[in-house]
Structures are given as structure tokens and as C-alpha cells.
Write a protein that binds this ligand. Structure first.
Ligand code: AMP
Length: 233
């Protein structure tokens, strides 16, 4: 039933989910679906979804489940999800996780793996203060650990690389509180479901990637960027 590469990435804000999602995307040829990035794009473009979501993002809270689940439902129906997907930033609480289960069941699919990237709160605050994001394509950088080749300019699209509004300290603390209260319980939820892969967020992006790649290879095979084995079941 499940030779698709359906992955959820879990982790506190700043754990490196976006950066690691890019690795998985390249390796398995599946799209990265970042609900936070979709909200930010809609806010930039002034769409009705952006207008509805903006106050929640500004306050560091969660956008209501109904809005978020519908967005994911529509996104998973797009043709580029035919081989699988990587969800980055969804689900964020137990009701969203239950909604995802029902949605996948209705599509005749299931989750192959949930990768949890663990990091301490002290590291998060340091990391988020150095995080930068491209205004154009949303690619993330870190001024110290993962800088763009030319300061202030995106390697991908040449767009302006800036600090996210919600990476400022007061909002970061609120986002962390939301993470601990609402998202951390998902670890147990997915551990019980037998799909949780736990890895540590290292200072060097490559170290975290190596740990994640080897954990995922046990479930899905090596993927395309690493030798002849191809993607497994
Ligand atoms: P992220 O880029 O994943 O850190 O998300 C940024 C912000 O978008 C969050 O602080 C929330 O306000 C909102 N957001 C992203 N994903 C979700 C979700 N699954 N449920 C509710 N709100 C979300």
C-alpha cells in the first residue's frame, strides 16, 4: 500500500526543519510542503488566506486548525505529491495529526516516517536570532552556520535575504511555548504509531543531514542522490 515517501518533519522552531526538508526533497524527488511558508507567501501577496492568517503569525500563535487542514488537503491533492511529500510544520497539534491520518486513509495512503529533530531551548534562541530568509523564494539561511554566498542575497533566486518578523525574541518565546504545549505531545502520538525517527539537531547542518539520511534510508531506501539502490518500499 505504501511505496510512497510520505514524511512529516517535527521539531521546535529553529531545529532546522526547513533546511533538512530540502535535503529530503532532493534525495527522494518529492515536494516540501511548509505550512508556515505557504502562510507567509499568502501574507506577502495579500490573499484572503494571508489576511486571515496574519494576526496569528504576528503573535506567534497557531492559525486555526480548520484553515490549516484545508490548506494541506488541497496541497496534497496536487500532482507533484504523486510520489510522496514532506510536511514541514504540519501537523502542529494532536487534532491536526488526527486530521492528517484521516486524510491519508481517505487517499489510501499512510505516513512512512515522522522525523523528530531535537534541540534545546537555549540553542533555539541563539539560532533564530541568526536565521535569515529569502523574501523571494523562502529559502532559509543562518548568518553563521549556513550563510548565503553573497551576504543579503539569495543563492537560489537573487532575492533579498532578511530576518523573519516572527524570529524576533518576544515572538520566538511565544512560539516556543506553543511548541511545548501543543506540538511536543505529537512525539508520543507518533512513537505509539511506530513511525517516529528521532535525530539530534547538530550545529553543523551536514551532521544533522547525515543522521537523518541514514534514519530515512532504513525506511525508504537511499533515494536517488546516493548510489544505485533507488527508493525502497
Ligand atoms: P513555521 O514557518 O513552521 O515556523 O510557521 C510560522 C507560523 O505559521 C507559525 O508560528 C504559525 O503561526 C503558522 N503555522 C505554520 N504551520 C502551522 C500549522 N500547522 N498550524 C497552525 N499554524 C501554523
Amino acid at each position: 500500500m505504501n511505496n510512497m515517501v510520505n514524511v512529516v518533519l517535527l521539531g521546535a522552531p529553529g531545529a532546522g526543519k526547513g533546511t533538512q526538508a530540502e535535503q529530503i526533497m532532493r534525495r527522494y524527488g518529492i515536494p516540501q510542503i511548509s505550512t508556515g511558508e505557504i502562510f507567509r507567501r499568502n501574507i506577502r501577496e495579500g490573499t484572503p488566506l494571508g489576511t486571515a492568517a496574519k494576526a496569528y503569525l504576528d503573535a506567534g500563535g497557531l492559525v486555526p486548525d480548520e484553515l490549516t487542514v484545508n490548506l494541506v488537503k488541497d496541497r496534497l491533492a496536487e500532482p507533484d505529491c504523486a510520489k510522496g511529500f514532506i510536511l514541514d510544520g504540519f501537523p502542529r497539534n494532536i487534532p491536526q495529526a488526527e486530521a492528517l491520518d484521516s486524510l491519508l486513509t481517505s487517499l489510501g495512503q499512510k505516513l512512512g516516517a515522522v522525523v523528530s529533530i531535537s534541540i534545546t531551548d537555549a540553542e533555539i534562541v541563539g539560532r533564530l536570532s541568526g536565521r535569515r530568509v529569502c523574501r523571494g523564494c523562502g529559502k532559509t539561511y543562518h548568518i553563521q552556520y549556513n550563510p548565503s554566498a553573497v551576504e543579503g542575497l539569495c543563492d537560489n533566486c537573487g532575492g533579498e535575504v532578511v530576518q523573519r518578523d516572527d524570529d524576533r525574541e518576544a515572538t520566538v518565546l511565544q512560539r516556543l511555548a506553543v511548541y511545548h504545549a501543543q506540538t511536543a505531545p505529537l512525539l508520543d502520538f507518533y512513537r505509539k504509531a511506530g513511525v517516529l525517527l528521532e535525530i539530534t539537531s547538530h550545529e553543523k547542518v551536514e551532521d544533522t543531514s547525515a543522521e537523518m539520511v541514514s534514519a530515512l534510508a532504513k525506511v525508504f531506501g537511499q533515494g536517488e542522490s546516493d548510489g544505485p539502490s533507488g527508493s525502497g518500499a
